[in-house]
Design a protein around this ligand. Structure first.
Ligand SMILES: C[S@@+](CC[C@H](N)C(=O)[O-])C[C@H]1O[C@@H](n2cnc3c(N)ncnc32)[C@H](O)[C@@H]1O
Length: 271
């Protein structure tokens, strides 16, 4: 199945394995707080759960641990990522995992099947986010919920000392938009849910700070690989990223450097 939208794991970073490790560290960074919000939104053990855009399985692993009596449908469009998940989770989920290879906009799953659905860092990459949310609405049971976890470009790179990221941020927005994604999706999540037909919409932020977790935990958010990859692909010039690279070096050299991250979590219910 052809990957739609703005994310392709095989070309997003300089190397495939580096991208896999970035995704893994990104799950570990904020999982504890995301789990807290998911439970507050109503996720509970024993539920039949859909994870859309499940990637290499690191978030699936956390769900399996949190919900020891739940079944999880791990829906993924990218064959290589799904194979990675099957390998990674082979001793972890047994028959509690159902791998589905499909697009979130056309899942092929039955109506009214799931108690809870989660889409993490997926909607940012979708050309038709409302259609995707409608498809998830269809497969949820009445009273079932969808939580979308995503970010927003203007909440990236909150570092002290600050880095010079304005040009890179704008270029990133343009490149992702040209591939059908939307790096400013975070601020639009509530409307996407509403337009798709969800009710009782709620929104939380997950905030992580290096003063509390240590700066090493933030390494995935500081990975320059995706930016250097855009240079390699001719989408941004070396001169345009020069001030970013200089400020990044200065930031990394600063002993007392600090970083903060925001994920947004929007939840809606099927009437
Ligand atoms: C940035 S990754 C996030 C992976 C995982 N959810 C996580 O939080 O680590 C986005 C994932 O969504 C998948 N994806 C992109 N478009 C999709 C679509 N239309 N349907 C299903 N999955 C899709 C990608 O292949 C990738 O695995």
């Amino acid at each position: 199945m052809v990957v739609e939208g703005s994310y392709r794991a095989s070309t997003y970073n300089l190397e495939w394995e580096r991208e896999i490790q970035r995704l893994k560290a990104q799950v570990n960074l904020s999982w504890a707080k995301e789990a807290r919000n998911l439970q507050r939104f109503g996720l509970a053990d024993g539920m039949n759960v859909l994870e859309a855009g499940s990637g290499p399985g690191f978030f699936t692993e956390k769900l399996l641990e949190l919900l020891p009596n739940s079944s999880i449908a791990a829906l993924e469009i990218d064959t290589a990522l799904q194979e990675k998940a099957v390998e990674y989770l082979q001793d972890k989920g047994g028959d509690r995992i159902n791998y589905v290879r499909a697009s979130v906009t056309d899942t092929g799953l039955n109506d009214n099947t799931f108690d809870f659905a989660i889409a993490r860092l997926l909607f940012v990459h979708l050309p038709e986010p409302v259609a995707a949310a409608r498809e998830i609405l269809r497969v949820l049971k009445p009273g079932g919920k969808l939580t979308i976890v995503d970010n927003d470009a203007d909440l990236f790179w909150l570092t002290n000392p600050p880095q010079s990221v304005e040009i890179v941020r704008e270029k990133f927005k343009q490149v992702i938009a040209s591939r059908g994604g939307d790096l400013c999706v975070g601020r639009k999540l509530c409307r996407i849910l509403k337009e798709a037909g969800f009710v009782s919409i709620d929104l939380e932020a997950v905030v992580c700070h290096s003063d509390l977790m240590g700066i090493e935990a933030f390494a995935p958010l500081l990975d320059s690989g995706p930016i250097l990859q855009m240079v390699k692909q001719g989408l941004i010039s070396e001169s345009e990223i020069e001030s970013y690279l200089v400020s990044r070096e200065a930031f990394l050299a600063e002993k007392d450097r600090a970083m903060m991250s925001f994920w947004l979590m929007a939840c809606g219910e099927k009437h």
